[in-house]
Design a protein around this ligand. Structure first.
Ligand code: DX5
Ligand code: ZN
Length: 221
């Protein structure tokens, strides 16, 4: 079994046949399916809401529905996404003004039986996440500015991955360390070497005939 988890991001999928686009990733070896929710405020673009998660639920099979909330008010969306079938919800550190609100949101996600993740944008130091590690199931390091697919990987993310990996080791808990943005065979290798175990890949996989070979290549890292 691969030590790496691949999370295809449907942002680059063909939405006119989204169910088939989701379904094809599990046989190719994906354990997560990454769902990018944007509200037009936290980031300029708007994508989809809980309805889409409910729609793809039966196509996702056993893949973890990994929901990445790039929104201004994540707390109000936790219950709707949980009801729609999200298995894991990642919120942004930057979406909140106080640590009290951040802890409350993590606890809400976990109280609903879901896994909880927290993410930092490129300009936010990864150190801000350390107080939350004891209660997190996943840390998501953004290696591009959130908002759209197809951007170039920012190598500064590697330093953050190393720091979080060291601190995850100290917790003796299972915490996924996910990286999102600009992932391809080359950048993925650097991320895994730095300590990432979960790779989000959008434009590297979707839109390519040989997506299954590409995914298999990531699983071999
Ligand atoms: C960007 C999203 C990513 C995006 C990645 O805001 O969070 O998940 O789909 O796209 P690629 O893999 O093309 O950089
Ligand atoms: Zn994402």
């Amino acid at each position: 079994m691969s030590r790496v988890i691949v999370a295809p991001s449907i942002l680059s999928a063909d939405f006119s046949r989204i169910e088939a686009e989701v379904r094809k990733m599990e046989p190719a070896g994906a354990k997560f399916i990454h769902l990018d929710v944007m509200d037009g405020k936290f980031v300029p673009a708007t994508t989809f809401g809980p309805d889409l998660v409910a729609k793809i639920a039966s196509s996702a099979g056993a893949m973890i529905k990994d929901t990445h909330l790039m929104v201004e008010d994540p707390a109000s969306l936790i219950k709707p996404f949980a009801q729609a079938g999200s298995d894991l919800i990642t919120v942004h550190y930057e979406s909140f003004s106080t640590d009290e609100e951040r802890f409350a949101c993590i606890r809400l996600i976990r109280s609903l039986g879901l896994l909880a993740g927290m993410s930092v944008k490129p300009a936010t130091p990864a150190e801000v996440l350390l107080p939350f590690l004891p209660e997190l199931d996943l840390v998501l390091i953004m290696s591009v500015e959130p908002g759209k697919g197809g951007q170039a990987f920012m190598p500064e993310a590697l330093t953050k991955i190393r720091l979080i990996r060291e601190n995850i080791a100290k917790t003796h808990r299972k915490i996924y360390l996910e990286v999102d943005g600009g992932i391809n065979a080359l950048t993925a290798e650097a991320c895994v070497e730095a300590g990432a175990d979960t790779l989000v890949a959008g434009s590297y996989l979707y839109g390519h005939e040989d997506y299954a070979q590409r995914l298999a290549g990531l699983l071999r890292l």
